[in-house]
Design a protein around this ligand. Structure first.
Ligand code: URP
Ligand code: ZN
Ligand code: ZN
Length: 461
């Protein structure tokens, strides 16, 4: 099968030109002007942006968490991602404390293999670092192509590791050529503030926010950055939300250290005033919580300053019935919000269309940097001969409205209900196949492939 895309405005992290793309089988075989190869299918992209498929490196599909499971499976979540122009996601395997990494990987494989619609890879979350786990790191990198190891500095008793484990893990991961990623918040401070608010009868979603002040994230981000510097291990902070935490990373650049930073679309667009809506605020109960308008400004600036390298989602959806587990106690509301489908369109509309970031920067933070940092580049994340033909045809003028009534995620509310956006996904190709065309999904459950990743060679961007 061959596909010729004609006359689109081709955008990569560095290029911007009107041209054509020729695809043979699953990969791009040529790019240029006025290509004339005969093709089985020709797509006219006049007036459209032609960009690499999005990569969302932070999603939680079918994940056991806080007494329930996130409501999108690998099937529904990757399909919704495709509808929104994201062709590859990286999901988190969670080691269970007292158990091996291998056991966890087997469980996640059994849920994802044969069910994913879009491409996916895994981060391995190390929640119990010991001699046995140490020996498994090499195996994950070399045998499984899993080169990033997630750590939590919060969720004590379930996921959190201490600084002793963090230091030892980073030493080992560095040796094996991997990367350590972190949920950087001070778990002990948060646990204290949660307990205090609960014991004093402050139980609404607002207190979820007030139990995780900015300092909890700033302190842990600085500590993680210091441990990364000491061990020499590449580090990546997930879902960074605020000025204090970004300043810790900025400070590290003074000693010529680079820690990769991811923020998520919600932290750029939403703020903590949403927690004042009584229990409705549960829709935005996530960790870290939404912050202030000044933090949004810091994050947008951080993108343009090359301090924030990636915009992800931390997609972790729960249905309203599940959120209601915390109706009378904010600490029981499952943490997480749905966004896998809307990241590319929200970031375009609110970022590019409103003049906050350039088109090249858009592709860089939503497609190219995730591929580079996580060892998938140049197979994924760009438009070039030899790369997978994961391509997005995007109408930059089209206006539309987000709603739970029309989205494809398996969740019965939208965190962006009624938002009017400019710019819409029109057609999505995944490894040379038309996967989405004008709101129809044309690939089946099982089409999604596991993407093995290489060690991270990129140390700065
Ligand atoms: O609230 C969140 N972020 N839920 C998912 C788990 C995590 O901390 O990333
Ligand atoms: Zn987290
Ligand atoms: Zn997460």
């Amino acid at each position: 099968m061959s596909v010729l895309i004609k006359n689109g405005r081709v955008i990569t992290a560095t290029d911007d030109y009107i041209g054509d793309i020729f695809i043979e089988g699953e990969t791009i075989s040529a790019t240029g002007r006025k290509l004339t190869m005969p093709a089985d299918t020709t797509l006219d992209a006049t007036g459209l942006l032609v960009m690499p498929g999005g990569i969302d490196p932070h999603v939680h599909l079918d994940m056991p968490f806080m007494g329930t499971f996130s409501s999108d499976t690998h099937e529904t979540g990757t399909r919704a991602a495709l509808f929104g122009g994201t062709t590859t996601v990286i999901d988190f395997v969670l080691q269970q404390q007292g158990h091996s990494l291998r056991e966890a990987l087997d469980q996640w494989n059994s849920r994802a293999k044969g069910t994913a619609v879009g491409d996916y890879s895994f981060h391995m979350a190390v929640t119990d670092y010991n001699d046995h786990t140490r020996a498994e790191i090499k195996e994950m990198v070399e045998k499984e192509g899993i080169t990033s190891f997630k750590t939590f500095m919060a969720y004590k008793g379930a996921l959190m590791i201490d600084d002793r484990q963090m230091t030892a893990l980073m030493q080992e991961v560095r040796k094996q050529g991997g990367l350590v990623t972190v949920h950087a918040t001070n778990g002990d401070m948060i646990d204290y503030l949660v307990a205090k608010n609960r014991s004093e009868g402050r139980l609404s979603p607002l207190y979820h926010y007030l139990s995780q002040p900015e300092v909890t994230e700033a302190e842990a981000s600085a500590r993680f950055t210091d441990i990364a510097n000491y061990t020499g291990c590449p580090g990546y902070i997930v879902h960074l939300t605020c000025e204090g935490a970004l300043n810790a990373v900025r400070q590290a650049t003074r000693r010529n250290q680079h820690v990769f930073v991811e923020t998520c679309i919600q932290y750029l667009l939403l703020d903590a005033s949403l927690y004042e809506k009584d229990f409705d605020g549960a829709k935005w109960v996530m960790s870290p919580p939404l912050r202030e308008k000044k933090d949004q400004a810091t994050l947008w600036a951080g993108i343009n300053q090359n301090l924030v390298n990636v915009v992800a989602t931390d997609h972790c959806p729960f249905k309203w019935e599940q959120k209601k587990m915390g109706l009378n106690d904010f600490s029981k509301i499952p943490n997480g919000h749905p966004a896998i489908e809307h990241r590319m369109e929200l970031l375009y509309s609110e970022g590019v269309h409103k003049g906050k970031i350039s088109l090249n920067k858009y592709v860089e933070v939503a497609c190219t940097n995730p591929a580079k940092i996580f060892g998938m580049f140049p197979r994924k994340g760009t438009i070039a001969p030899g790369s997978d033909a994961d391509i997005l045809l995007f109408d930059p003028q089209k206006q539309h409205t987000l709603s739970a009534a029309t989205h494809h995620m398996n969740v019965d509310y939208s965190a962006y209900e009624g938002w009017e956006l400019t710019g819409k996904v029109q057609t999505v190709l995944l490894r040379g196949k038309i996967a989405i065309d004008k709101n129809n999904c044309l690939v089946d459950k099982g089409y999604g492939q596991f993407i093995r990743r290489t060690p991270t060679y990129t140390t700065s961007l």
